[in-house]
Design a protein around this ligand. Structure first.
Ligand code: G1P
Length: 288
């Protein structure tokens, strides 16, 4: 089955980035010159996605504006003969079809995903979390998951190995290894205590899910942190249906916290053809 739809939750308050996120959605904070959510949308589009639902909330209107056409700016750039900049701008709004829905209360990721039920039209869909940006020169991570879904006919969780001291920040899987980079998922736990995790394989913000998840989410009670956890619903799904976990290729940046966000800035700058040489020279000469 072709997978055409993606869901991007973007309703979080971004409290880890206050005061920057007091009036600017955290998804609009840039890495170099691009808002982080645009990296996520581009990954989806490069993976073959045509329709994207962004789950937003109050104070997130600038996300919609960003993916809309900007007549005034485009006219100005056209008048000034800035064809390259104009093309960049036009691509943003024409990449795919965007849909928006607002999560009314902060009740957790599982609750946010529930808002995608009608949008999914009972088709499997990709889910991309904005706190993880994946740099990849080969197939985008979401594409790798879609291909796994198609080959094995089961939901797929994108995973990576994390150090034992980091397991309490992620949803952790337990499963049987059935290929070099593939696991058959048996169980899941959201943010286990250090030392109590079944493995060090963490879900890193990419999923391709069967629409069966929606019925389960309706019945999922608040879990870790008093929130409705997607992980708890996936645990039920794994008992009822096939769920796989895929160690995808690519470098993941956890931009949901200051250190990861800064690492992403530095490494993206070191890859940017326009500034990398000057930036490298600057870093080498730094005396902090
Ligand atoms: C969420 C999920 C968690 C996953 C993580 C990836 O947690 O609940 O299972 O491992 O994203 O970043 P959050 O970081 O939103 O607390």
């Amino acid at each position: 089955m072709r997978i055409r739809k993606a869901v991007i939750p973007a309703a979080g308050l971004g409290t880890r980035f206050l005061p920057a996120t007091k009036s600017v959605p955290k998804e609009m904070l840039p890495i170099l010159d691009k808002p982080t959510i645009q990296y996520i949308v581009e990954e989806a589009v490069e993976s073959g996605i045509e329709e994207i639902l962004i789950i937003t909330g109050r104070n997130k209107r600038s996300i919609e504006d960003h993916f809309d056409k900007s007549y005034e700016l485009e006219t100005e750039l056209d008048k000034k003969g800035k064809a390259h900049d104009l093309e960049i701008l036009q691509n943003i709004s024409s990449m795919c079809n965007f849909y928006y829905i607002r999560q009314k209360e902060q009740r957790g990721l599982g609750d946010a995903v529930r808002y995608a039920r009608v949008f999914s039209e009972n088709e499997p869909f990709a889910l991309l979390l904005g706190d993880n940006i994946i740099y990849n020169q080969g197939l985008p991570a979401t594409r790798q998951l879609i291909e796994t879904y198609q080959e094995y006919n089961g939901s797929v969780l994108g995973i990576g190995e994390v150090s034992p001291e980091m397991v309490n920040r992620y949803g952790i899987i337990k499963g049987e290894k059935i290929g070099d980079t593939l696991f058959e998922v048996e169980d899941l736990v959201e943010k286990p205590d250090i030392g109590k995790a079944p493995t060090n394989y963490a879900m890193l913000g990419r999923y391709v899910l069967s629409p069966k998840i929606f019925k389960i989410l309706e019945e999922t009670k608040p879990g870790y942190g008093g929130e409705i956890q997607l992980t708890d619903a996936l645990k039920v799904l794994a008992k009822e249906d096939r769920v796989l976990a895929k160690l995808y290729e690519g470098k993941t940046y956890d931009i949901g916290e200051k250190l990861g966000f800064t690492m992403a800035q530095v490494e993206f700058a070191l890859r940017d053809p326009q500034i990398k040489d000057a930036f490298k020279t600057y870093l080498k000469g730094m005396d902090i």
